[in-house]
Design a protein around this ligand. Structure first.
Ligand code: 5GP
Ligand code: MN
Length: 341
C-alpha cells in the first residue's frame, strides 16, 4: 500500500506499472458528474495514446448534458451492462479509481473493485479509505481532472495531450471549480486550464454544452423551484430548496435536470449555506453547499450518510422529504452557531 509515502515514490510506482502496455480499466463514482467523466475520459484517451488498452466503467450512465464529451459513448454502465462491466474490471491488470474516496461510492461495482488486486486511486475528496495499492489524494486540488493533468505531466506525457484529452480534462476542472470561481480555484488551476487550452481544449464547446443546452422543461422547473420551493432562513444564513417526486413529474424531469440548482440558494445575499433536498422513489438525496469555513461535509457525514468536501457535500435519508427537512432544520441552529462566519 503506497499512500502515506512521498509523492515521488508513488509516481515511481505508477511509472513502473505503466512502463509496458497494460490492460487498464477506469471506474468513477455513481451519478458521474463533469469531473468524474472529465478525469476518467481524459485519462482514458491518454493511457491509450501511451500504448495501453482501456475500458471505462461507470456505475450508472452519465446525464445527457455530458454525452457530448469525447469518448462518453464508450462508458460501460454497470447497472445496465453488468456482464461487460464485470469483464472490463476483472480482465484488467490495473484498475484506476477516479474521483471517489470510498468503494461504496461505486454502488454495484463495489465487490468487483474490492477484489481487484491492483488499484490506483486518484481523488480529491478528504480522508480516502485505504483500498488501493497506490493512492494519490489531494483534497486541495479543485478537481480530480486537475490531478490527472499533474500526473500526466509527471509521467512525461505532455506531448500526448491532444484535443479530446485536453477537452475532457478542461471540462472536469471547469465543472468542479464552478467555472473557476469556487475558493478551490488556484493560480495552478488557471495555469492548468491554460496548458489544456494550448493543447486544443475546446473550452467554448465545454461551457456551451454544459451551460447553454437546456431543455425548456428544465428552465421551467428552475423557475418553479425559485418561485415555489425556495425557503430562506436569514437568521441561519441558510436557503433550503425542496423538490418532490410530484414536482419533478410535472416538469417531465430527466436525470441531470436539477444539476446546479443548489447553487441558486448560495446566490442569495447573506446566505452562506444552501441545502437542496430532492425526493427519489427510495430515498431523499440531499446536496449541501457553503461559503467560507462552514464544513458541510461534517454535517452530512454525521447525520445523512454522506460526505464530500468542506463547501460541497451530499448525502441521503430514508425518511420522508418533510421529515428529512425537519431533521435538518433541527440540526441547523447548533451547526451554524458552532462555525460563526
Ligand atoms: P452533489 O451534491 O453534487 O451530489 O455532491 C457534492 C459532493 O459531495 C461531491 O463531491 C460528491 O462526491 C459528494 N457526495 C455527494 N453525495 C454523496 C454521498 O451520498 N456520499 C458521499 N460520501 N459523498 C457524496
Ligand atoms: Mn470531483
Amino acid at each position: 500500500m503506497l499512500d502515506h509515502t512521498d509523492k515521488e515514490e508513488r509516481m515511481g510506482a505508477l511509472r513502473a506499472e505503466l512502463a509496458a502496455p497494460k490492460r487498464c480499466a477506469i471506474i468513477t463514482h455513481y451519478n458521474p458528474d463533469g469531473d468524474a467523466m472529465g478525469s476518467s475520459l481524459g485519462f482514458m484517451h491518454l493511457l491509450r495514446r501511451a500504448g495501453h488498452s482501456v475500458s471505462l466503467v461507470v456505475p450508472n450512465a452519465p446525464p445527457a448534458f455530458l454525452a457530448w464529451m469525447p469518448g462518453a459513448a464508450e462508458a460501460i454502465p454497470f447497472d445496465r451492462a453488468r456482464d461487460r462491466a464485470m469483464e472490463a474490471i476483472t480482465g484488467s491488470e490495473l484498475l484506476f479509481c477516479l474521483d471517489f474516496n470510498r468503494l461504496d461510492r461505486i454502488s454495484g461495482a463495489e465487490d468487483a473493485a474490492r477484489a481487484h488486486p491492483f488499484k490506483v486511486l486518484i481523488d480529491h475528496h478528504r480522508d480516502p479509505d485505504h483500498f488501493a495499492q497506490i493512492t494519490f489524494s489531494d483534497p486541495d486540488s479543485c478537481a480530480t481532472a486537475q490531478m490527472i493533468a499533474d500526473i500526466v505531466r509527471d509521467l512525461g506525457w505532455s506531448e500526448l495531450v491532444d484535443e479530446p484529452a485536453a477537452t475532457c480534462l478542461y471540462t472536469g476542472i471547469m465543472t468542479d471549480s464552478g467555472s473557476f470561481r469556487f475558493s478551490s480555484t488556484t493560480p495552478h488551476t488557471m495555469r492548468t486550464a491554460a496548458w489544456l487550452m494550448e493543447r486544443g481544449a475546446r473550452f467554448t464547446q465545454a461551457h456551451e454544452s454544459i451551460m447553454d443546452d437546456n431543455r425548456p422543461e428544465r428552465m421551467r422547473l428552475l423557475g418553479f423551484m425559485l418561485n415555489e420551493r425556495l425557503e430562506i432562513l436569514p437568521e441561519f444564513g441558510t436557503a433550503i430548496i425542496r423538490l418532490s417526486l410530484a414536482d419533478l413529474k410535472r416538469f417531465s424531469y430527466q436525470p441531470g435536470d436539477t444539476e446546479g440548482f443548489v447553487n441558486y440558494g448560495l446566490a442569495l445575499r447573506g446566505i452562506r449555506m444552501a441545502a437542496y433536498f430532492i425526493e427519489r422513489p427510495d430515498m431523499v438525496k440531499l446536496s449541501l453547499r457553503s461559503k467560507g469555513g462552514l464544513p458541510v461535509d461534517e454535517l452530512v457525514q454525521q447525520h445523512f450518510s454522506g460526505g464530500g468536501h468542506r463547501n460541497a457535500a451530499g448525502g441521503q435519508s430514508k425518511d420522508s422529504l418533510d421529515a428529512t427537512i425537519n431533521r435538518f432544520k433541527e440540526l441547523l441552529p447548533a451547526f451554524v452557531a458552532s462555525h460563526p462566519s
